[in-house]
Design a protein around this ligand. Structure first.
Ligand code: UDP
Ligand code: MG
Length: 320
């Protein structure tokens, strides 16, 4: 596994950008001056996520001027999650820090992020305590964060902050696709990584536009159901679908037995108890279907079995 190969650098910054032509140079300037003052070997990996403006041209200039910079330009816009995944695949640092490319995250916070990571954490998530975004974003985001906190029990205020610091091994252990970047702390926590948070400075966006509107709340909540399923029940689908199925079809059977009894006593079931008959039949059939769905889930688990995906190792003591 990649995790056992020593990383050649102390730190990789991974910065996904899409249409940030007015920001990338200034961000690079500020980051460079922070990195110059730190005793670490570092690289800055910019991932261009299909920009249609002059972002790539700006990044080329930055690349030519600074040997610490690397640029990965994707063929089209794949979305922030995919851009992060591309950056992680490129990153060679022992620690990987992600930040947004729009200057809303402050490079000056970098030393504090690393210090927080050093204090026995595997993942430090930024918390935009004083957030400089319109209320149409702040309000849905508060609701989203409260919901995720409530259901997962993870005490973070800001799950979807772009500013995060990771130990390398965390990244190798996450399967990110779709828009799962919003749930990285949840996925990492579920694998047993130590996840914490740090309040960070946040600035208003000065150049370019936000790529995410208020509509992300709904997508986010659907994705949250997916995450709950992936983390809680994917290991044991029959326990979810099977139980639900048994309960529903059990109720159906009870209904049908009751109707059978009435019939035996000479009552007209069709005319007097039509709705109950209908309901019992539906319960029985849909319950059986859910049960079979659980069995299918178990079958997928069986054939998709990967031993290394069943656990996550923190430490090994070994002589080889
Ligand atoms: N971004 C990206 N691909 C996308 C959308 C956004 O790489 O499809 C980048 C964007 O350029 C920025 C970061 O992700 O660097 C966060 O996006 P944005 O600032 O628009 O989000 P907000 O701060 O408004 O939540
Ligand atoms: Mg932003």
């Amino acid at each position: 596994m990649l995790g056992h190969v020593p990383a050649p650098l102390d730190l990789s910054l991974v910065i996904p950008v899409m249409d940030e032509e007015g920001n990338v140079e200034e961000l690079h300037r500020r980051l460079s001056s922070v990195l110059d003052s730190m005793p670490v070997t570092a690289e800055i990996v910019f991932v261009d996520d299909g920009s249609r403006d002059a972002t790539v041209a700006r990044l080329e200039e930055v690349f030519r001027a600074d040997p610490r910079v690397r640029v990965v330009a994707l063929r089209r816009n794949f979305g922030k999650t995919a851009a992060l995944v591309a950056g992680f695949a490129e990153a060679r640092g022992d620690v990987v820090v992600t930040m947004d490319g729009d200057l809303q995250d402050d490079p000056a916070e970098l030393p504090r992020m690393l210090a927080a990571l050093d204090a026995d954490l595997d993942l430090v998530s930024g918390w935009k305590r004083l957030r400089h975004d319109p209320w149409t974003k702040r309000f849905p985001s508060k609701f989203f964060n409260a919901t995720v906190r409530r259901f997962t029990g993870i005490p973070l205020h800001d799950f979807n902050c772009g500013f995060k610091a990771y130990r390398r091994e965390v990244l190798l252990d996450l399967k990110l696709y779709g828009e799962l970047h919003r749930f990285i702390p949840v996925l990492a926590y579920w694998k047993g990584y130590r996840v914490g948070e740090l309040a960070v400075q946040h600035h208003p966006r000065r150049s370019g536009q936000s790529k995410f509107g208020a509509g992300r709340l709904f997508k986010g909540l659907l994705d949250f159901m997916k995450v709950l399923f992936l983390t809680r029940y994917m290991q044991r689908p029959l326990q979810l679908f099977g139980l639900l199925g048994l309960v529903l079809s059990g109720l159906g059977v009870v209904g049908l037995l009751y109707l059978g009894l009435l019939k035996a006593l000479g009552q007209s079931v069709f005319q007097a108890h039509g709705p109950l008959l209908f309901l019992s039949g539906i319960l029985l059939i849909s319950g059986l279907q859910l049960f079979v769905l659980g069995l299918l889930g178990e079958m997928l688990r069986h054939y998709g079995y990967e031993p290394s995906a069943e656990y996550s190792v923190r430490r090994r003591l070994s002589r080889d």
